[in-house]
Design a protein around this ligand. Sequence first.
Ligand code: HEC
Ligand code: HEC
Length: 213
Amino acid sequence: MIKKVIFISILCLSGAVFTASEKAGEVKPLPKGDPIRGEKLVGSCAACHGADGNSLVGMWPTLAGQRELYLFDQLHHIQEGERVIESMMGLLDDYNDDDLRDMAAYYASQKIKVGQASDENVLLGQTIYRAGNAASGLPACTGCHGPQGKGVNSAGYPALGGQKAEYVVTSLVAYKNKTRGNGEEEGLVMQNVASMLTIEEIQAVANYVSGLY
Ligand code: HEC
Ligand code: HEC
């Protein structure tokens, strides 16, 4: 009798496992681009973003090692004019969604070269990044961008580790002024975060992430 009960419960258990894995199999995979094809499409981008996506100038973001889904979303926003970048006007007009996906995959597959943060305000930056600021209600950046600044691809959270400090400042100020991130949920999340940051905190956290890996 006991044996029978055990046998039946094992049967039920394996049945449950089977349905669970069947369900997991139904989850749609994230669209993935082709990095090899993508490399052939980014020739006109190298002057600013670097051939391998490592930008040499602070105002131009590094794209190497950035999250693929985030890159694809941003390329889409830039192409549609939802995110206005003067120096990229019209540049993406001739590309379709598959092209943008492949370009995103190319940059995501490259290795970022992380620089060194300057000592000046790095401790304040670290506190903001890791703990937020209880007094203003600012959440820790780690919650979404990760302890090493690697972001989360499936959630569309971008990597920040090794990004150019100057560009991070520009972005946070743009979210704060609501000139970036209008109209979609991800952008509104960052507008809310940036509204709680002071300019001093923005400069400090930007310096900190530029050396984070
Ligand atoms: C003349 C310089 C220039 C060229 C050429 C250029 N970009 Fe940009 N790009 C920029 C600047 C400046 C920004 C950031 C603007 C800002 O401050 O928001 C940017 C931002 C981006 C971003 C958003 C990055 C992020 O972290 O959100 C992506 C993606 C991007 N560019 C891809 C491309 C691709 C692909 C090409 C080639 C088809 C290209 N860019 C060509 C200057 C350039
Ligand atoms: C609740 C999740 C969440 C938290 C917390 C958060 N972020 Fe973000 N962050 C996002 C998302 C989502 C985006 C993409 C927004 C978009 O599409 O424009 C983003 C984008 C950014 C960008 C633009 C990256 C680029 O390549 O252009 C910067 C810079 C940034 N966050 C900095 C921070 C800092 C600094 C903190 C902590 C003070 C922080 N974030 C906290 C979710 C978050």
